[in-house]
Design a protein around this ligand. Structure first.
Ligand code: HSE
Length: 438
């Protein structure tokens, strides 16, 4: 397709970058490339924290600045590309850019998950566009397909692996028997995990991302605080061993699904049958599995992080926005919050559970545990006794239940934990249901 500049010879489209880290540098390189110039893009400035730092990309002299006003107030800049991350000052800069009549492209999942609805309204008020394809799933096209190609569908569910760092850690634990700490250290050594891994391993990152997807897919506001969140710190190497014996692996899943007349949004580790495709999404790969009433099941898999995949999504947004400025295209904005679908509490969720306990290995212990489960109307499907220590007279018990209500399971766990012969309930993992496993 000929570029807008080739077709109408209009003035270049000014790009201002906020942030010049690994993704920002890859985006700058793309804008400065021959292809970027042929498409009429011009890099007018880049906001950095430290102007003296060496970067992977050489920028035109004088275009690097530590003063946000140079970017936000420049009449030459049409599109502000925010790649700083974090809530502030990114939120302030995005808001100022939109209010100043500039289009915005951002990869900022925290800002969009917490303030997306307000920013959408601000963009509409000022007749500019706000695009954030790179905020979820790195290079995977998911935001625009939800807004555009899938917009005739009623979405039934989204089920995703949308954090590459934790998927890398869990894959290492599954394949090599690594402990959580060793797999995390390995991920940090390779640059996948941050020095402070909280956002990834405690699942805040995945919560931001599923909040964005759920808002767009279901037309409801899904505040991040409303989402059930559980990270992977409790997942131990023996959980993979025991789950493997039962035909499962463990993945951190982010799920938004219509059920019981409402929408339940949750992020937690889950047992996934080893023979379903999701079990085979390994390392830093991400996947989003959607189900629409018209399209049926849909599978989008790709690289969920990294400079180039993220730059692919950012540049897609930049070029879409450029075509609007050139008068040859349009962008889809998120639809306003228009659904009455209530958000459901996790307490009402029903699933099978995997329970790992360390107990005294002596007569009557299993009966006490079965009694506590029975009192809460939870039915046992199978019990495995593992890793018996004859000297300490301890054993690991793994109990698989039939489908049970979350609130009942939590109460049962409290009662079991209080039993004298139970050292602890070491882990409780929900079993995700797939058509092959029903
Ligand atoms: N930290 C994220 C991940 C990548 O591990 O998937 C950026 O969204």
């Amino acid at each position: 397709m000929p570029s807008m500049n080739e077709t109408n010879g209009s003035a270049p489209i000014g790009i201002g970058l906020l942030g010049l880290g690994v993704v920002g540098s890859a985006v700058a390189a793309s804008v400065l490339s021959n292809d970027g110039q042929k498409r009429g893009l011009k890099l007018c400035g880049a906001l950095v924290r430290d102007a003296s730092r060496q970067r992977a990309v050489e920028l035109p002299s004088g275009s690097v600045t530590t003063d946000p006003d140079i970017i936000l107030d420049s009449p030459d800049i049409d599109i502000v590309v925010e790649l700083m991350g974090g809530e502030e000052p990114a939120l302030e800069y995005i808001s100022r850019a939109l209010a100043g009549g500039k289009h915005v492209v951002t990869a900022n999942k925290e800002v969009i998950s917490k303030h997306g609805e307000r920013l959408r309204a601000l963009a509409t008020e000022h007749n500019v566009s706000l695009q954030y394809e790179a905020s979820v799933g790195g290079g995977i096209p998911i935001i625009n397909p939800l807004l555009d190609d899938l917009s005739a569908n009623e979405l039934l569910s989204l089920r995703a692996i949308i954090n590459g760092t934790t998927n890398y850690i869990l894959t290492e634990m599954a394949s090599g028997g690594a402990s959580f700490d060793d797999a995390l250290a390995d991920a940090q050594g390779l640059g996948f995990a941050e020095a402070d891994p909280t956002a990834d391993v405690d699942a805040f990152d995945a919560v931001y991302k599923i909040s964005i997807l759920a808002r767009l897919a279901f037309g409801v506001s899904v505040p991040v605080e409303s989402i059930y969140r559980e990270g992977i710190r409790k997942t131990a190497s023996q959980d993979f061993r025991y789950a493997g014996e039962l035909g499962y692996t463990i993945k951190l899943l982010a799920i938004a699904r219509r059920e019981n007349g409402g929408l339940l949004v949750r992020v937690h580790p889950a047992l996934v049958p080893v023979d379903v495709p999701m079990a085979k999404v390994e390392g830093v790969l991400n996947v989003v599995e959607a189900e629409g009433d018209l399209v049926g099941p849909l599978w989008l898999q790709g690289r969920g992080a990294g400079a180039e995949p993220t730059a692919s999504a950012v540049m897609g947004d930049v070029l879409r926005t450029a075509s609007v400025i050139g008068g040859t295209g349009n962008v889809r904005q998120a639809r306003p919050i228009d659904s009455e679908l209530p958000l459901l509490e996790m307490d009402e969720h029903q699933c099978k559970f995997y329970v790992r306990l360390t107990v005294r290995d002596r007569p009557g212990v299993l009966a006490q545990i079965a009694g506590a489960l029975g009192e809460m109307e939870i039915s046992i499907a199978s019990v495995l006794q593992m890793d018996t220590d004859a000297e300490l007279k301890n054993a690991d018990l793994v109990i698989m239940t039939h489908p049970a209500r979350e609130a009942n399971m939590q109460r049962a766990v409290e009662r079991i934990d209080a039993l004298g012969d139970v050292d602890n309930v070491a882990n409780l993992i929900r079993v995700e249901s797939y058509p092959t496993d029903r």
